[in-house]
Design a protein around this ligand. Structure first.
Ligand code: ZN
Length: 111
């Protein structure tokens, strides 16, 4: 019984990127929520908050796509998974990856 590493994102020290992405998407939801609530108080800030949320969501997603890469071939793993898996399971599949779908290299080892 060997202690199995939790997953490659942790092993390669990239888990903070996941946290930043979660924080960004949380902020996006917060903007949308505040925007919807602002409708009940006159809606003066509705468009600004929705635009802010959209920008934050897009920026977070693009950044996350760009930074989470295979340590061997620099494949954009998020993009690869988003475009090849169902929307409901790509995050789970991404976290559970053992080998890079592009080059086949072990993701939990840097060499
Ligand atoms: Zn690779």
């Amino acid at each position: 019984m060997s202690a199995k590493p939790s997953n490659w994102i942790v092993e390669t020290g990239q888990i903070w990127k996941l946290y930043v992405a979660v924080a960004g998407f949380t902020g996006t939801l917060l903007c949308f929520t505040l925007g919807i609530f602002s409708l009940s108080t006159g809606g003066g800030r509705f468009l600004a908050l929705i635009a802010c949320g959209l920008f934050l969501g897009c920026a977070t997603f693009l950044w996350f796509t760009m930074v989470l890469r295979c340590p061997h071939c620099a494949n954009k793993l998020v993009w690869t998974m988003v475009s090849s898996r169902p929307h409901s399971s790509w995050v789970v599949d991404l976290a559970a990856l053992e080998c890079c779908p592009a080059c086949g290299g072990r993701l939990d080892r840097l060499s």
